[in-house]
Design a protein around this ligand. Structure first.
Ligand SMILES: [Zn+2]
Length: 261
């Protein structure tokens, strides 16, 4: 089953027609087309974090703003500069649907996903390649979010920002690194060496129903695990601090490519 899936993925990547994921449980929807509506953004108590414009949508707590600011403050400046140069904004909201509406972006996929899984939609990275005005990260003030959990989500979403800006999921060197990693995984030895719980953590990448590889999620997760505080696993935002080496173990070449950026 696995070799069938990875075999298809490898041939798709080689053929240059790899299918993009539609969404990841509503968390990240990169490169979606957008309809423009009137912007209705409330006055924000803060205007920017490290030079990146911040927009507050709806009733977001001061505590949440403070915690997100602190996390972003500690992020490596070179990535923050990159986001700034590429007109990314930070949107803080009660939920993703409201943030989208306030940004003048309509996505029924996001609305439906958030309805289905209200507590699971905590962050999103939006990137419209036709219109860079809509580049934004959105973080949601939804309990229960511990500080460390917030950090993981910020790290993961910033990974998507980097992936979008540098188009890493279609970069030939990154594809080659991924093909090398998948070749190794296809021998089964690596997956066989994983424990049941580790297999569960990475199941999203290999055993999703649509049988495509969510390349941008893998890149975002590898990037996040390279940051202070670490990342999570796939769309379900599974946290497991004991398994911080799992992603670099499965994707060593891709991990190195990201760390060399
Ligand atoms: Zn994601």
């Amino acid at each position: 089953m696995l070799s069938k899936i990875t075999g298809k993925i490898v041939s798709n990547i080689v053929g240059g027609v790899q299918q993009r994921p539609i969404s990841c449980v509503g968390k990240c929807v990169p490169n979606r087309s957008a309809d423009v509506f009137e912007r209705t953004i409330k006055n924000s108590p803060i205007k920017e974090i490290k030079g990146i414009p911040v927009e507050i949508v709806g009733d977001v707590s001061q505590d949440f703003i403070k915690k997100i600011s602190k996390q972003i403050d500690n992020f490596p400046q070179r990535w923050l500069d990159l986001f700034k140069e590429n007109d990314y904004k930070i949107v803080l909201s009660k939920n993703i649907t409201d943030a989208y509406k306030a940004k003048g972006v309509h996505s029924s996929i996001v609305e439906q996903t958030e309805k289905r899984n209200p507590q699971g939609t905590l962050g999103i990275t939006y990137n419209n390649i036709q219109n860079r005005l809509f580049n934004f990260f959105c973080f949601c003030d939804k309990p229960p979010l511990s500080d460390i959990y917030m950090q993981n989500i910020v790290n993961h979403e910033f990974g998507h920002g980097l992936c979008n800006i540098k188009k890493l999921d279609s970069d030939l060197n990154f594809r080659q690194a991924l093909i090398d990693d998948l070749g190794e995984i296809q021998t089964q030895k690596k997956l066989d060496s994983l424990s049941e719980s580790e297999r569960k953590l990475v199941s999203h990448y290999f055993f999703n129903k649509k049988a495509y590889l969510p390349v941008d999620e893998i890149i975002a997760d590898l990037f996040a695990w390279q940051q202070k505080g670490g990342g999570c696993y796939g769309t379900t935002l599974i946290l497991d601090k004991e398994n911080k080496n799992l992603m670099p173990y499965l994707f060593p070449n891709l991990n190195e490519a990201i760390s060399n950026l």
